[in-house]
Design a protein around this ligand. Sequence first.
Ligand SMILES: Cc1cc2nc3c(=O)[nH]c(=O)nc-3n(C[C@H](O)[C@H](O)[C@H](O)COP(=O)(O)OP(=O)(O)OC[C@H]3O[C@@H](n4cnc5c(N)ncnc54)[C@H](O)[C@@H]3O)c2cc1C
Length: 463
Amino acid sequence: MELKDAFSRVNAVSTDPDDLHTHGFSSNIYHPGALHSVIVYPESTEDVVKVVKIATKYRMPVVPYSGATSLEGHFRGHEVGGICVDLNRMDKIIQINEKDSDMVCQPAVRWMDINELLRDKGIPLFFPIDPGPGATIGGMLSTGCSGTNAVRYGTAKGEWFLNATVVLPSGEVIKTRRRSRKSAAGFDLTKLFIGAEGTLGIVTEVTIRLAPLLPTNVAVVHFLDVRAATEASIEIINQGAGIQCVELIDALSMKATNNYGKSKRKWQEKDSLFFKFQGPTDASLKETAQMVKKISEKHGSTGFALAKNQKEAEEIWTDRKNLYYSGLSLIPGSKGITTDVCVPISKLPDLIHETRKDLDSVGLVSPIIGHVGDGNFHALLLFKNDEEFKLAKEAVGRISRRAIELEGTCTGEHGVGIGKKEYLVEELGEGTVELMKTIKKAVDPLGLFNPGKLYPDRTRQEK
Ligand SMILES: Cc1cc2nc3c(=O)[nH]c(=O)nc-3n(C[C@H](O)[C@H](O)[C@H](O)COP(=O)(O)OP(=O)(O)OC[C@H]3O[C@@H](n4cnc5c(N)ncnc54)[C@H](O)[C@@H]3O)c2cc1C
């Protein structure tokens, strides 16, 4: 009631059952959803402050919500209900500073829209962090995401988010720093919120850095097996080739792409690498292509194919970007658990090889795709019933622990949400997890911000 009084605008507060369902459940995730009590649609930082103050007064959980593309149950409701803060009406670009290569925007601006707008305006810059289609700047910052471009541009944890305006659980509004590219003024508080998954505050404005738009081209090459493909990719990266992306697409994923029916071509169903080469000039693109072809051949590759023009390059890359949905289409009506392990790149061939063997031995249909340039890959474990779901969950546990043993992580880019909490102590150690909890308690003493996510429930690992 107090929320409705605080927001007299039409449709600013909703308890519509369909709306509640959309915000608490997601077809992208395998975790059971849970409903929020109410959805609020703020339009400004001041609106967010109002919501936070009401939530604090009534001790209600607060869950920020933006693009809703996260994969680990990040935005589902809490068991006791609570307020879901849907930021999608805060989707304005506030300032483009072309000379400084940065942009100030509200949190619900989508990375794809930013790049389209810059292209339409003829501004030769782009934002290189590229997670799921539909992801927003606020959600991307909050999950610490990355994507296919990470091999060249790094992740959200790099220097792409310069400054954030955040409404803290106390209702206070802070800016984490100013717009300058560098700052050594104390702790890096922007980074405190990167990967905090909405547990420390709500981001209401962000300054992002943009990169120069350079000419690119795309190539595909096939290998005898995943190990040969991965080893070739390591050698290519270590030779310093001009690579923007190198993606492993295994034979099953290639088959899925053919099955899905949206591709403009019929792919060979072999373990393959998809490359995006990057300029600065057309001559350097050609040189990179030659170098990649030669190193791939050394690892037994076949069928190296370079896109003949921009249209072909875009079509091929769209096939790569559709892989999550084409993978799901291998078993109509199935759901998928996406693993997200990341290891030092030299350990990747062994880890992928072991994972393939493991998944085949339990009989799960599981296409594998990898951001192999970063040592990160995803197996999409398909399931249709409780028995397969149990097998898939157990396999996720084995894959995650194997990665941790190899000095890696259970999540290279998707974040923790509720799905990866159980691995954190094993991966980071009790002291590190306790420090995270201490920070959480200091910033959100009532524990109202996105409760039940990110922090393991108990310090000791549940076995
Ligand atoms: C097909 C597909 C492909 C994907 N590929 C990739 C990939 O390649 N790389 C990758 O990293 N991820 C990938 N993802 C996952 C997803 O796109 C990322 O996790 C993304 O960063 C989530 O952004 P979002 O706007 O959808 O956030 P949401 O899902 O809305 O929210 C994510 C989390 O951030 C919090 N949050 C949202 N907005 C705010 C805010 N303004 N302030 C504070 N907290 C906030 C939420 O409470 C939640 O905890 C993929 C997902 C799909 C469906």
